[in-house]
Design a protein around this ligand. Structure first.
Ligand code: 1CP
Length: 321
């Protein structure tokens, strides 16, 4: 999950030096520095590349900006003609600066600290391209997917092409693991989930695994009981659990198939104290006996007191099976 960002004063200091958020993502020296900040401060076991899932649409030729109050704004893709204009084959090459960040971070990290690369999964990236940014209901994307699955499928295929090349390039540059964020997987019913989440993810995982030997983590946020199908059919090695996944279910149904990571609510990290520590221990007691990575169920929020993160790390380190 996101572990860098505005809750850290050292991030805000670097952010103030960059013009826009994308300028920060495309400056390997600054992006490497903010990637390393949480690892340095807390002694974490893994770093996650500082970038964003929306660099892929940007590298495919769309205008993308991040606005302080509104969040991301993406040039809309609404028709098959719009899809034809995308440049998926050129995307990984245009993301050279991000690959430069990967190389720098890998060189700076201790050998036993893992570097996680990532990309957005096609469905989630497509929602930003179709809606033009964040959405509450993804109505335009769902209408296109339901009404013209062939045309929408071409958009998904274009994102897939770019994503495969980009993830392989991240591994070549030094990423030890890659993660696919399907943050909006939870809005799809079972048949649509199969077609727009499971199938594209399975194709990306197969292609990445044919060309590299790194583990792949998938994060189908909000998918509920469909996560079982996702774990069985996509070929991912591990599944990220959002905050709502029941621990006993994850232990009994998912852990026999895949490693799991998650699922502490990031708002408990804002709350801190006994509530945070109690839940962290409940997660460890339930999942810590199988293949497991302690993590949050979503990214760290800007209101998080940095000291609470330090306390959480200590709490995890103190835990014994
Ligand atoms: O300056 C800032 O603090 C801007 C906030 C921010 C940050 C820190 C954005 C804008 N992106 C990021 C970095 C980022 N994004 C990382 C780097 C790792 C790290 O910070 O340690 C990662 C892995 C992401 C992934 C990402 N971006 C996702 C998938 C994960 C998730 O949170 O669900 C998504 C959906 C985005 C889109 C995005 N980027 C930023 C915003 C405000 C949004 C929109 C979120 C939404 O639609 O609600």
């Amino acid at each position: 999950m996101r572990q860098a960002g505005r809750y850290l004063p050292e991030y805000r200091a670097i952010r103030a030096q960059a013009k826009g958020f994308l300028d920060l993502c495309y400056d390997p020296a600054m992006a490497a520095e903010v990637t390393l900040q949480p690892v340095r401060r807390y002694g974490l076991d893994a770093a996650i590349l500082f970038s964003d899932i929306l660099v892929v649409p940007h590298a495919m030729g769309l205008a993308v900006t991040f606005e302080e109050e509104r969040g991301p704004v993406v040039q809309r893709v609404r028709s098959t003609q719009d899809v034809e204009r995308l440049e998926p084959a050129a995307a990984a090459g245009r993301l050279e600066p991000v690959l430069g960040t990967v190389t720098r971070v890998r060189a700076a990290l201790a050998p036993d600290v893992t570097l996680i690369g990532f990309a957005g999964a096609p469905w989630t990236v497509a929602t930003y391209m179709v809606e033009g940014g964040t959405s509450r209901d993804f109505a335009a994307t769902r209408r296109w997917a339901f009404g013209d699955p062939e045309g929408f499928g071409r958009l998904i295929a274009a994102i897939e092409t770019a994503t495969i090349e980009y993830l392989v390039a991240q591994v070549t540059a030094g990423a030890d693991v890659v993660q696919l964020f399907d943050s909006w997987a939870g809005v799809l019913a079972d048949d649509a989930f199969e077609r727009w989440c499971v199938a594209p993810t399975a194709r990306i995982v197969a292609a990445v695994k044919a060309r590299t030997d790194v583990p792949v983590i998938g994060f189908p946020r909000g998918a509920g009981v469909l996560i079982e199908r996702y774990a069985a059919a996509t070929g991912v090695d591990a599944v990220g659990l959002d905050t709502t996944v029941p621990l006993a279910w994850a232990r009994d149904v998912l852990q026999p198939k895949v490693a799991v990571q998650g699922n502490l609510d990031p708002l408990l990290l804002v709350t801190g104290g006994a509530a945070m520590e109690q839940r962290a221990r409940a997660i460890l007691d339930a999942l810590g006996h199988g293949p497991f990575v302690f993590n949050l169920g979503h990214g760290v929020v800007p209101e998080t007191p940095p000291d609470h993160v330090a306390r959480l790390v200590a709490c995890v380190r103190e835990w014994r099976p």
